[in-house]
Design a protein around this ligand. Structure first.
Ligand code: FES
Length: 204
């Protein structure tokens, strides 16, 4: 569009998201930043690469920097995430979920939720890298929930809990409880498989 007037954003983002997008915190600017751990996820080919670097002191995140080629949602969520985890124990930071970050941002448009998983994925990769450099086993890995439906942010632990609580026994019930599979649908097959495993596991 040629005129400013024609170039109108229909912002569907919250004020917090806009604010973090326009003024992102903790961007990596120093090419010689002395990191203790570095995590890189996504791919340049998809245009959504994300890098997170951390400094660690006494098992806590002393500092964090990041850079991305991601979209507004990825920028805002990683900016928010970087503020949330400063000073946080590694274990707690490792457990951080995209939902925790999105909540702090006051929500993200549904179809943009998957962009918010980049930052915390890269953070976990940076913590993995830190522990590897130290020659330590990762004690946190086994506690981490894995996202099954990226569009709705539904994790394997949520599905397991719903089965445990006898709230779902079919894919349709799971969909109406969580919204899983109702956007792009690519997670449905895997979710159904997982659901059957949990049903079997809990004798339902
Ligand atoms: S990943 Fe798109 S609907 Fe689940």
């Amino acid at each position: 569009m040629s005129s400013d007037k024609g170039f109108m954003f229909n912002w569907v983002y919250t004020e917090k998201v806009k604010e973090h997008f326009v003024n992102p915190r903790n961007i990596l600017e120093d090419p010689d930043y002395p990191d203790d751990g570095k995590g890189m996820v996504g791919s340049m080919a998809c245009g959504d690469q994300m890098m997170v670097v951390i400094q660690v002191e006494n098992d806590k995140i002393a500092d964090i920097k990041w850079k991305t080629y991601g979209c507004a949602s990825a920028i805002a969520s990683t900016s928010m995430m970087s503020e949330m985890v400063k000073g946080m124990a590694l274990e707690e930071a490792y457990m951080l979920t995209p939902q925790d970050i999105t909540e702090k941002l006051g929500g993200l448009p549904e179809h943009k939720f998957h962009c918010s998983v980049l930052g915390d994925k890269a953070l976990r990769a940076a913590i993995d890298d830190y522990l590897e450099r130290k020659g330590m086993d990762n004690p946190y890995k086994k506690h981490v929930a894995r996202i099954v439906c990226e569009c709705k942010g539904v994790t394997d632990q949520q599905i397991e809990q719903l089965v445990k609580d006898s709230k779902v026994s079919t894919l349709e019930q799971l969909q109406s409880e969580t919204g899983l599979g109702t956007v792009c649908g690519k997670c449905k097959e895997q979710a159904e498989h997982m659901l059957h495993e949990f049903l079997h596991m809990y004798g339902r």
